[in-house]
Design a protein around this ligand. Sequence first.
Ligand SMILES: [Zn+2]
Length: 279
Amino acid sequence: MVFGVAGVPTNYKGKFAGVFPWLKQMGLNGFEIQCTYGFKVSDDRRDIIKNMAKNGFYFSMHAPYYINLGSLNAAVVGRSKSNMKEGIELAKELDVNRIIFHPGGGHENTAEGRKHAINQIVDAINEFTSQIDMGSVRLYPEIGGKTANLGSLDEIIEICSRCKYCYPCIDIAHLHAREIGSITTKQILLEKLTKIKNALPEKFKYIHFHAYTINYGDKGEIKHLKHGENMPDGRVGMPNLADFVDVLKEMKIDPWVISEALDTQEIGAKYMRDLYFNN
Ligand SMILES: [Zn+2]
């Protein structure tokens, strides 16, 4: 079971190496390396990451946001494919097995346009993964937070069904936001995860989660909320993370859970971790 944070939390002030003991004393053991501006990690950090991986920490890597395999612009898709290959090489060097990426956007937001984009993404992934040695690296297309983004639950399932190396990254906050507040009960969350389990029985045990609460509007995601923060209109921030932890226990899965709570990742991650182990 892995509970962790996305990047160095803003509440942590200090050197990079020190963030791991700081997380560990909270019971956290996961860290998603944020390659927001490119698949680059300095030599110093590489050594620290490799060392911490030997000491019980689990590392995943989040691809740059400019990667867009679903773009209508062929040059963007071409660059995104080479970027992904660079990311896979970096992941292998660091012994990181999970690369999270956004399927992208820019297509026409119609059933036809989306279908075309998903086919293009699947072809692109199957092309570049056949050109290199994947080692033990798995690719995780993530649920998109805005209604116009590619990466609905069905689209993530489809990509994972058609691409050998793809596994689901279920961002439950993005899912809630893109479906305009759909996850209102524990039962609904259980049904959604059961759907994934039934569709991807072999891959389900490697599922990756992002879990936190989110503010949304009629186009989906507006902003990640801080842990425990209400919506601007006063409603409680959702999805309910205690329900989420209950569902993990009921389904008897031990996935990776990364908190992306605004400026409070470690607090959100610790909250879920404590519920999981102490209840
Ligand atoms: Zn993401």
